[in-house]
Ligand binder design. Structure first.
Ligand code: GDP
Ligand code: MG
Length: 320
């Protein structure tokens, strides 16, 4: 498994306030919403009955967990309450957390980025404004800090500003950068990125892409050209196709994921902007309803505000 951080996630990192602390503060809005509502419900009941389950169901659905996953979670919860002979409503919360965790874990094979063996190529896709370029900057920084040789390719050639923005991130993260002029063919940029990666013995090539999602066939055409180049020119590279989604868009993020999943073999999701939203529950829907592994999460705009996704710590952070 690729060692994402130099430090263990559980170990306190005093300099930046600790990874778990940052996760908790990044998820504060979701926690406030989800956890408070659940506690209000549980404290309002004297026993565990059907009405309590219905109320919990409403909270999950309103937190963008999705109707399908919510049904499964509540069904599982009912069974485990029965099996464990739980009569105190306050004990239901831990069981609910366990249900969500186990459903998430069994819905995907792994939440780890698969970047080895090197060389590897990471294609970053998603609609405009979700945080692709920012996330690439954060990833580049993180990979570089773990000792990797990284190169980024500016495959969003639609606006000059997008190329400049990525160049700025490459400067900040201290990694190399390949770009063409505004308006040039994105596939040609990726081609050059691959040649440069080979020549420079790069471990990880990260490619930005344009996010103009006019319609499905347009999206398919743009991505296909890039996929063909990568397959032809970098056949043996380990590949990740990461879909970036803005958590704040809730159901919209789910819809975008459906479209991209139909078009491309998405290997993972990066869920951004969790710090500004109470809709963190979309992570549960993405992973359990669409079987898309969340691989990383964005919890702020700074260069170190990107974390590997881990079911246990994520669910603990939104419930405790
Ligand atoms: N608060 C917050 N803002 C983010 C995060 N990720 C990206 N952004 C902001 O989202 C905006 C759009 O990001 P950008 O990378 O340009 O999106 P792109 O169009 O997909 O490349 C920028 O203002 C970023 O600073 C995050 O995790 N948290
Ligand atoms: Mg961009």
């Amino acid at each position: 498994m690729f060692n994402w951080f130099k430090k263990d996630i559980d170990k306190e990192d005093k300099e930046n306030g600790g990874i778990l602390d940052k996760l908790k503060s990044g998820l504060a809005k979701t926690r406030k919403d989800m956890s408070n509502k659940i506690e209000d419900i549980l404290s309002g009941y004297k026993g565990v009955d059907d009405e309590l389950f219905d109320d919990l169901e409403d909270v999950l659905v309103s937190a963008d967990v999705g109707v399908g996953p919510t049904m499964k979670i509540i069904q599982g919860l009912r069974e485990s309450v029965r099996e464990n002979r739980i009569t105190d409503p306050m004990e239901v919360k831990e069981l609910l957390k366990d249900e969500i965790k186990s459903l998430m874990i069994k819905s995907v094979t792994s939440n780890n980025l698969e970047l080895e063996p090197h060389p590897s190529v990471v294609l970053v896709v998603g609609v405009n404004g979700v945080g692709k370029t920012t996330t690439i900057g954060k990833m580049a920084y993180s990979f570089k800090n773990s000792g990797k040789k990284v190169l980024i390719a500016a495959g969003d050639t639609f606006r000059a500003a997008a190329i400049d923005q990525l160049e700025e991130w490459s400067r900040r993260s201290g990694v190399e950068f390949v770009a063409h002029k505004e308006g040039s063919d994105p596939a040609a940029v990726i081609f050059d990125g691959i040649q440069a990666a080979k020549a420079r013995k790069t471990d990880i090539l990260i490619c930005d892409t344009a996010g103009r999602l006019h319609n499905k066939s347009n999206l398919m055409n743009e991505l296909n050209k890039i996929f063909r180049i990568v397959d032809r020119e970098y056949e043996n590279a380990t590949k990740e196709i990461l879909l970036v989604l803005d958590a704040a868009t809730g159901q919209n993020a789910i819809n975008q994921a459906r479209v991209f999943k139909e078009v491309a073999n998405i290997t993972g999701v990066i869920l951004t902007k969790l710090d500004g939203t109470a809709k963190g529950g979309v992570a549960i829907a993405l992973q359990t309803e669409l079987n898309l592994p969340i691989k990383m999460i964005g919890v702020g705009e700074k260069i170190d505000d990107l974390q590997p996704f881990e079911v246990d710590s994520f669910i603990d952070a939104i419930f405790d």
